[in-house]
Design a protein around this ligand. Structure first.
Ligand code: SAM
Length: 215
């Protein structure tokens, strides 16, 4: 799956994508992430990308020209929907994340900064708006990274064990509930013992115990 991320701060993503599961997914060619610095598209001689809002109000807004040129240029490389990360968007949920992975080979993620973007970019180029929760971040980069991470778990081959995603919190197999308690070695830690049934090797009983302890 391919992601193209339009941002003023591409370096913010580097470290997260260069370790662990997402790094392996990129190395295996299962996940491609490309960055496009919106500032590079500014036609202003000082590469300015923000200005004051018409009608007044706090803060600055991202101006339409660099955004328009950046996104239209990325659309030539990526035919997926343009998703603007915004607190006003639809809430990112397990189901939406899964749907994004299943119905798209590629996505374009747009990260806002300042007080947001000029409305005409929404009108002209944005297909979908997503929020990662009811709080306000300083920029869309963290939100876009959350989308890349959560969607990637549904790309076949990304997780070492395909069953991991099926047994996750919110998966249908767990009937919408969260998770059962997990234990690993040692069998006794600080006087607390792993339930005996989990050490019994009796898979039917283990399944029954796990269902009973979903929370
Ligand atoms: N004035 C905006 C408002 O109240 O909705 C907040 C702008 S915020 C400081 C700058 C950018 O961060 C937004 O344009 C958006 O791209 C991103 N952002 C902030 N919170 C977010 C959230 N909960 N989900 C997704 N993106 C978010």
């Amino acid at each position: 799956m391919r992601f193209d991320i339009c941002t003023l701060f591409p370096d913010m993503f580097t470290s997260y994508l260069s370790d662990s599961i997402l790094k392996r997914a990129r190395d295996k060619g299962l996940l491609e992430v490309h960055f496009h610095n919106i500032r590079d598209y500014s036609k202003d001689k000082h590469k300015k990308v923000d200005d004051t809002p018409y009608g007044g109000g706090a803060g600055m807004l991202m101006t339409p020209q660099p955004l328009y040129d950046c996104i239209t240029s990325v659309k030539k490389l990526n035919s997926g929907p343009v998703i603007f990360m915004t607190p006003q968007g639809q809430k990112l949920t397990h189901t939406r994340t899964k749907r994004l992975a299943r119905s798209n080979d590629s996505l374009i993620l747009l990260c806002g900064r300042y007080e947001g973007i000029d409305e005409r970019i929404r009108d002209l180029l944005v297909d979908k708006e997503l929020s990662i929760g009811d709080y306000v971040l300083t920029g869309g980069e963290l939100a876009a990274m959350v989308v890349v991470d959560a969607v990637s778990r549904f790309i076949p081959g990304v997780l070492g064990d395909e069953n991991s995603a099926k047994e996750d919190s919110f998966s249908r197999r767990l009937s919408g509930k969260k998770e059962y308690p997990h234990y690993t070695k040692p069998a006794v830690f600080k006087g607390l013992e792993v339930p005996e049934v989990l050490r019994s090797g009796n898979h039917a009983k283990i399944e029954e115990w796990r269902k009973k302890h979903l929370r």
